[in-house]
Design a binder for this molecule. Sequence first.
Ligand code: SAM
Length: 189
Amino acid sequence: MTTISQHDFYGDGDSETSISVSVIENMKEEYGLFVWPCSVILAEYVWQQRSRFRGATILELGAGTSLPGLVAAKVGANVTLTDDSRKAEVLENMRRVCELNKLNCNVMGLTWGVWDAPIVDLRPNIILGADVLYDSNAFDDLFATVSFLLQSSPDAVFITTYHNRSSKSSLQWTSSNRVPDGEMGSKVR
Ligand SMILES: C[S@@+](CC[C@H](N)C(=O)[O-])C[C@H]1O[C@@H](n2cnc3c(N)ncnc32)[C@H](O)[C@@H]1O
């Protein structure tokens, strides 16, 4: 079933304008067609920090329904939304959501750990990822992509929101068992 959800972000003064973003969701067994709570939180963060995002180059990884990237575009960022290249339906939905909101974002397939996308040409200031740390089997590929992007744009940061669903698949558990201490720390918010 396809639905359209509306997400409102309110300014805090008379001179501020509020914004509204509409998202097309589909209650299928496809993670990228649903607005996950992490996405709502990251979108609110983008809105609260909008002066930092205005004019910045933003890359959203595993964007799915893309709420954080859409808010960034609404406040004047130059946004590229990406998701798994194999997920045609998700990528098509991302294009439809951009049209629905009259936003001119770049939409492209970018599979973590795969270098077939023009990833070298992307020089983001800020990399966003909402709920992209949900499958510990994909952590290495995700971090390989994020590391590559951070190395090609030394001033960039990766901002992510994370949902701790179980202690054994948690980022903390996996990090303490697999990722050398401090390897990513300073650039991950
Ligand atoms: C839990 S959903 C989060 C979607 C969206 N960011 C949100 O918070 O609503 C995880 C997203 O990561 C994408 N994803 C999973 N594995 C991926 C991979 N190997 N490369 C790129 N994207 C991937 C999925 O297609 C999905 O859109």
